[in-house]
Design a protein around this ligand. Structure first.
Ligand SMILES: *[C@@H]1O[C@H](CO)[C@@H](O)[C@H](O)[C@H]1NC(C)=O
Ligand SMILES: *[C@@H]1O[C@H](CO)[C@@H](O)[C@H](O)[C@H]1NC(C)=O
Ligand SMILES: *[C@@H]1O[C@H](CO)[C@@H](O)[C@H](O)[C@H]1NC(C)=O
Ligand SMILES: *[C@@H]1O[C@H](CO)[C@@H](O)[C@H](O)[C@H]1NC(C)=O
Ligand SMILES: *[C@@H]1O[C@H](CO)[C@@H](O)[C@H](O)[C@H]1NC(C)=O
Ligand SMILES: *[C@@H]1O[C@H](CO)[C@@H](O)[C@H](O)[C@H]1NC(C)=O
Length: 602
């Protein structure tokens, strides 16, 4: 890594002052964090107020009331090795390959040190469970979730039982259950008795507004793969961590190794300097919109976008969809599908900068990520322009966002932490249970053999590959305390501020381009004008951002309506703000160069 960093992008295109407004925000590889920190200093009062409202508006502050500190789990002593069954090939073959090759099994535990603190995203476990903090989960409340659930999981005396209620898409339920069975092998004897209900569909269903007030004492605790700000679903790692057999996506531990190999094949500076996306556009409007940003004869949005037809891929043996062969571009776009997208972690692991289209949903680990530290935020409305700007920025600045994002995925979202997350989530959940878990009628015990023996083909291979071969030698990481209301507010605000800041850069850059070329450019370039109008038209008055020169832009074509001109005060405020921002940016630049000089002297 270190070597790659130092050789990375020394092509000296980086010192140019392409854009006055943020030309001086240059960072080298070790400056990524700093930029995230310093950017906080910036105050964009006009823009931020609007954003914060929209960002925080859907957040239910009432849930913050009545915070309680929860003590960390007391660790029982570590139990060492125990035998695993050998009844069928899945387990047997895997055991053999381990005994022949001792390195095989150690991948999972490589970087885990004793008594480590859990990654910060674990703190959201407390938020997810907060609705039941006071009232607990009674049998009655639990059973309310039954209607939504695909299956029930019961853990009793260290054994797992499952009862299925309805069919889930593909085999995601099977692989989720498989994952829970592996968790018990990873931390044997350490999971408490519990009962939980799991909905394996994509979109959250427990709307927080349906559970306000007296007549709704408790929302149903539904476990699922993602949620959003308006919902109370409890997020849990998705099935793909143990493999997505239908799409030939290998278990995460193995994919991660393959992607790391792929990363080594193409150094950053040799990567294609455009934003790459490959996926299925049919599942969501936002993806279809994204496709309109593909490079064309008229416009180059700095993107290279491709449709992945999974049906064809499947027929042709998935030769175009290998994840490790997709780390060839400097920028990779993440955009949600029907809900969150499983593709997220593979995209982020590529060492390329992730251009993250503003999401509506969250999975369990995205909540620990920060814009400009782990990814570059892209607007959902006006994606094309936003993408073009991001790529331009990336190609003209040194940054560490791509690497920092990949590091986050590799180190904080590896399988050990996935198991730790499940472990802590279940333990915290059990603290809320107000009844004794029981095995329902018709539930079956599930074991590696009961699941692995009947499995065939890739399904079987993936189970064999993700089978936990021996218990963890270290304890789970130390669970973090809940956010205080103030901390939580700060985190959300910081995220919103950083995202908004990028949007301000975009607008500045764009205004400048137009200003420099004058109205002729706009006239000639209808598409640019169209995008601009669209972006402006959708903003509220206070966020209209317009350069003097923009008044020159034509309205005679009638393609779209121009916003009204600035009021005198408005314009004055706007210019003052802009000057303030520019000064601030200049200051960072100076600070940065000072620091560079100092670090060179050492
Ligand atoms: C176990 O490994 C052998 C030899 O590699 C192979 O022929 C067999 O199909 C494997 N069995 C299963 C169940 O994967
Ligand atoms: C053990 O694993 C390493 C690394 O994956 C591989 O190079 C080696 O050939 C394996 N050895 C055996 C005996 O399978
Ligand atoms: C996007 O543009 C590239 C380059 O012209 C082309 O190869 C690709 O097929 C296009 N993608 C779509 C979805 O049209
Ligand atoms: C975000 O921006 C607002 C408004 O400019 C500012 O008051 C606040 O301190 C910022 N918050 C954080 C956490 O940076
Ligand atoms: C406008 O400015 C951009 C960026 O500086 C330049 O690439 C483009 O050629 C200019 N267009 C015209 C019509 O002058
Ligand atoms: C936007 O402008 C209209 C008309 O000038 C005004 O009535 C309205 O209050 C303004 N909205 C905001 C948010 O300032």
């Amino acid at each position: 890594m270190a070597q790659r960093k130092s050789t990375k992008r020394n092509s000296s295109d980086t010192q140019t002052n392409m854009h006055r407004n943020h030309a001086s925000i240059k960072t080298t590889s070790h400056q990524g964090k700093r930029i995230a920190k310093t950017t906080l200093l910036l105050v964009f009062s006009i823009f931020i107020s609007a954003c914060l409202l929209s960002f925080l508006g859907c957040f239910d502050y009432t849930t913050l009331a009545g915070l309680k500190q929860v003590t960390t789990i007391v660790k029982p002593p570590v139990i060492t090795l125990h035998r695993f069954p050998h009844q069928c090939g899945v387990v047997q073959n895997q055991t053999q390959s381990v005994s022949e090759n001792g390195t095989n099994n150690n991948k999972l535990r490589s970087s885990h040190s004793r008594s480590s603190t859990c990654p910060t995203y674990f703190r959201w476990i407390h938020e997810d469970l907060r609705p039941w903090r006071e009232i607990g989960v009674t049998r009655r409340i639990l059973e309310k979730a039954r209607r939504k659930a695909h299956f029930r999981v019961v853990i009793l005396d260290g054994k797992v039982y499952a009862k299925k209620y309805r069919r889930a898409t593909e085999t995601r339920d099977t692989f989720t259950l498989w994952g829970i069975v592996q968790l018990l092998r990873w931390y044997p004897g350490r999971l408490p008795d519990l009962e939980l209900l799991f909905d394996a569909d994509d979109r959250p269903t427990v709307r927080s507004r349906d559970y306000r007030g007296e007549q709704h004492p408790g929302p149903p605790p539904v476990f699922r793969y993602c949620s959003n700000d308006a919902s109370l679903d409890i997020v849990f790692p998705d099935w793909s961590f143990w493999g997505w057999a239908e799409l030939n996506i290998k278990p995460w531990a193995k994919s991660l190794v393959a992607i790391e190999e792929g990363n080594k094949m193409t150094q950053w500076e040799d990567r294609v300097p455009y934003a790459y996306w490959r996926g299925n556009p049919k599942v969501a409007r936002t993806r279809r919109e994204l496709l309109s940003c593909n490079v064309s004869d008229q416009e180059d949005w700095n993107t290279r976008l491709y449709i992945n037809d999974w049906a064809t891929e499947s027929k042709e043996g998935f030769k175009n969809s290998n994840l490790e062969n997709q780390c060839t571009h400097r920028y990779k776009i993440y955009v949600e599908g029907w809900a969150w997208s499983v593709s997220e972690k593979y995209i982020m692991a590529c060492d390329s900068m992730t251009l993250y289209v503003r999401p509506k949903y969250y999975d369990f680990f995205i909540r620990g990520m920060m814009p400009l530290q782990h990814y570059w935020p892209i607007r959902d409305r006006g994606k094309c322009r936003s993408l073009k700007h991001a790529v331009h920025w990336g190609n003209t600045h040194l940054d560490q966002i791509g690497e920092e994002g990949s590091r986050y995925i590799r180190e904080e979202v590896n399988m050990e932490h996935v198991y730790d997350y499940m472990f802590h989530l279940m333990n915290e959940y059990v603290k809320l249970l107000r009844f004794k878990p029981e095995i329902p009628r018709g539930a079956k015990e599930i074991t590696p053999d009961s699941m692995g023996c009947p499995a065939k083909g890739r399904w079987r291979d993936f189970m064999a590959e993700s089978l936990v071969m021996s218990p963890s030698e270290v304890s789970p990481c130390d669970m973090s305390l809940p956010h205080s209301p103030l901390e939580l507010k700060e985190v959300l605000e910081r995220k919103a501020n950083l995202t908004r800041q990028v949007e301000v850069w975009e607008v500045n850059t764009f205004a400048e381009t137009i200003g420099r070329n004058g109205s002729g450019y706009v006239l000639k370039n209808l598409q640019m004008k169209h995008v601009y109008c669209k972006a402006m038209g959708r903003r509220s008055n206070e966020t209209i951002y317009m350069d003097d020169s923009l008044i020159l832009s034509p309205s005679n074509t009638g393609a779209c309506e121009m916003p009204p001109p600035f009021e005198e005060d408005e314009l004055k405020t706007f210019l003052e703000n802009k000057r303030g921002v520019e000064k601030e940016v200049e200051k960072w630049g100076n600070e940065y160069w000072e620091e560079q000089k100092k670090s060179l002297q050492h």
